[in-house]
Ligand binder design. Sequence first.
Ligand code: ADP
Length: 329
Amino acid sequence: MTKAPTEVTARACANIALAKYWGKADAKKNIPAVPSISLTLDQLVTETRVRFDTELAEDDVRLDGRRATADEKDRVVKMLNSIRREAGLRARAHVASHNYFPTAAGLASSASGFAALAASASAAAGLRSSPRRLSALARASSVSAARSIFGGFVELPAGVRGQGDLHARPIAAPDHWKVRLVIAVTEPGPKKVGSTEGMERSKKTSPYYDAWVADAPKWARQIKRAIKERDLDTLGVAMERSTFAFHCCAMTSEPAILYWAPATLAALGTVRGLRERGVSTWATMDAGPHVKALCGIGDAARVRQALDRTPGVTRTWVAKPGPAVEVHS
Ligand code: ADP
């Protein structure tokens, strides 16, 4: 069903995978080979404004106040084309997006970016898409973006080749559990190997890829149960294993993908040291050098202070469970 096109802004939060995603069952349709579970983060926000304009000769895409590069624009145009097909629209669009945190640095800007784009562009095209439909649309551009459509704790099942409607679904609302994620930035600048390229290389060359795909569902099940029971230690153990298993796949690819910086090890040591002193905090990392420590609300200040003091850590944030994507006309 469509209504008159208009200018729409959407706000989406990035998410951290607690059960990690690494590997595609279908690269063309962007279908994950493993289930993932995430926490949407209130501190890592993208805002995207979209307006379709019949006077425009081609899509005009701006990212953080500058013209998007050809690659960045291609990814955006691909999603716009799919929305235009669904809405029966020919007009090109003005897209202006702002990430209120570093882009392409291993902090999941693609997740909040494509979730915000899916919601704003669909609404601007007059579509009244359900959250599930938006999630499937976002997933086609970035697997982790499928999860950022929802707030709180979210799961995305593994899919099979050709499963174009695969979408994420919420497990628990943001207020279900007062956990905090302390993000420690260990190296400035963009990550060296993009996630899509990295996971394809792992699939083709790592001798441990099949073992990762076989074991990932077990950690996802443990993490889902731990979320429901608010059991931080069980969640933490499974999350660290999931993290190190996927990094093992990356490291054993040919050529090797080493996302770690010296400060990564230092920050992991800080988290482990805190645990040895009785603080229940657990680390995870994405396809990048940064370390993210999950803890209870009461320990967040202490964990942040310890990470701030870790040599090589340049910045920290404390994020809490964030909301679902929001749309404003
Ligand atoms: P990250 O860890 O930040 O997700 P990736 O390399 O996986 O890093 O993804 C970054 C890419 O996602 C960018 O190069 C760009 O193509 C796209 N992207 C990031 N933010 C946005 C946004 N707000 N709108 C549209 N595309 C975005």
